[in-house]
Design a protein around this ligand. Structure first.
Ligand code: ADP
Length: 430
């Protein structure tokens, strides 16, 4: 798991397994030690009983033959000649208790002097040892079984426990600020999950309130600014119609009018973004018409600066979407295209839900292509009047309406801004 943290579910299952395995090991160890101790005591007692029994019988009848069975053997050595019948491994043993290995088997031996000779009792405990090994194998198998069972059980149990949390996480993931929704805290949840859900509900309520206030403020501010702007634009139009104005003053009036127009567009954009229901206001309109309307304010500048305009849009191509929003997007993209194109032409092309605005201007360096959509980003040769907000507004509108905007460019050859309406929006036709 390179650098990736294991999930809560696996960790609970592992903790479960480790705990059970440790318990099983401790239990196994205790059982095994007890088993061994029992075996030793049992063998010792067995031998003692056997030796005492034989001594007793020998006392009653010194001629009695010594018993022999596959596990217990006894030898009574009365004369040196008897010593030959004694197996090698017993010969070197003195009086007392011994544990010897013969032919790979463990043999417990008791050597005692009795009336009439020396008694050797040998007890082969290999049967016990076999049992001991079987017991060990059984313990090992049970350990594996415990690991398997506790891992499965732990994984299942923790799954049940974290299910409510993952369900909550999925619901939170689907939440959109400002949307109507059921409270996350629901009956039947575990107490801790309810606590978490309530915390989310409260946080969402605060977010909604913040969003509402921001929208209210933007809407109010935009609305309040529109009236004085209209006054400025009307005065500019009246002044421009005045033939007595010097050329210099006429130019100043024209630039005031241009700035006022730009402000109006931006205020329109703010108002649009502030309105919640904007996404529902769809209209079907010819693409050519939408582009023509957006181009209208720039026609004079295009003429003055001798910039060409190439439109490649089928006359019957239509789009069903919020045309006001698209106008704003187009207006910003066209303004940039004109601003950053010293000579050449501006192109607008439409094919299958994709609208391209191209220019033969200064272009944008490759590593800044993503940045141009950030607020307040301005390139090296940015126009003096701009604030670096135009493209960020374009991006926000596109995000709000589910359109995709992207830029491609070659320095000193030009840029292409592409709008794709099909991505999340099936409203467009042709
Ligand atoms: P600004 O008000 O500075 O034009 P924008 O957000 O509209 O702000 O654009 C951000 C920056 O992206 C501009 O400063 C400019 O460097 C670059 N840019 C945008 N459009 C073009 C274009 N068509 N050609 C070259 N550069 C552009």
């Amino acid at each position: 798991m390179s650098g990736k943290r294991i999930g809560l579910r696996w960790r609970v299952a592992l903790a479960f397994t480790v705990a059970f395995t440790l318990m099983m090991c401790a239990l196994g160890f205790t059982l095994f030690t007890a088993f061994e101790e029992m075996e030793d005591t049992l063998v010792e007692r067995l031998m003692n009983d056997e030796v005492n029994f034989m001594i007793e019988r020998l006392r009653e009848n010194p001629r009695l033959a010594t018993p022999a069975n596959p596990h217990l053997k006894a030898y009574l050595i009365r004369t040196p000649a008897d010593g030959h019948s004694l197996p090698d491994y017993l010969r070197r043993l003195g009086i007392g208790q011994h544990e010897v290995y013969e032919g790979g088997n463990e043999i417990h031996v008791a050597v005692r002097d009795v009336s009439g000779g020396r008694l050797y009792v040998a007890y082969d405990v290999s049967l016990f040892q076999k049992r001991e090994q079987q017991f060990l194998v059984l313990l090992g198998l049970s350990l594996f079984a415990v690991i398997g069972v506790s891992l499965t059980l732990g994984y299942w149990l923790s799954g049940v426990l974290v299910k409510q949390i993952t369900t909550l996480a999925e619901t939170v993931d689907r939440l959109r600020p400002g949307e109507l929704r059921q409270p996350l805290a629901q009956p039947g949840q575990e107490a801790e999950v309810t606590q978490l859900a309530r915390a989310f509900d409260n946080y969402q309520a605060r977010l909604d309130e913040l969003l509402r206030r921001e929208q209210e403020f933007t809407a109010n501010a935009s609305h309040e600014l529109r009236t004085p702007l209209t006054a400025i634009r009307t005065s500019c139009e009246l002044l421009a119609a005045d033939n007595g104005l010097s050329v210099k003053s006429a130019q100043r009036v024209a630039s005031i009018a241009k700035a006022a127009r730009r402000m109006s567009t931006e205020i329109e954009a703010l108002l649009l973004l502030a309105r919640e229901q904007a996404t529902d206001e769809n209209q079907t309109e010819a693409v050519r018409e939408i582009v023509d309307d957006a181009l209208e304010p720039y026609r004079a500048e295009l003429r003055e600066r001798n910039l060409g305009i190439k439109l490649d849009i089928a006359p019957d191509a239509v789009l069903t979407l919020n045309t006001r929003a698209l106008q704003l997007v187009l207006s910003n993209l066209l303004r940039n295209a004109i601003q950053y194109t010293p000579q050449g032409h501006i192109g607008v092309r439409y094919r299958d839900g994709t609208l391209e605005i191209s220019d033969t201007g200064t272009g944008i360096v490759a590593d800044k292509l993503e940045q141009v959509f950030e607020r307040y980003y301005r390139g090296n040769g940015a126009s003096p009047g701009g604030m670096g907000l135009g493209l960020s507004i374009v991006k926000r509108i596109c995000d709000q309406f589910g359109w995709r905007v992207s830029a491609a460019s070659t320095v000193n050859q030009g840029s292409i801004f592409t709008l794709n309406f099909f991505d999340k929006n099936d409203n467009s036709t042709k």
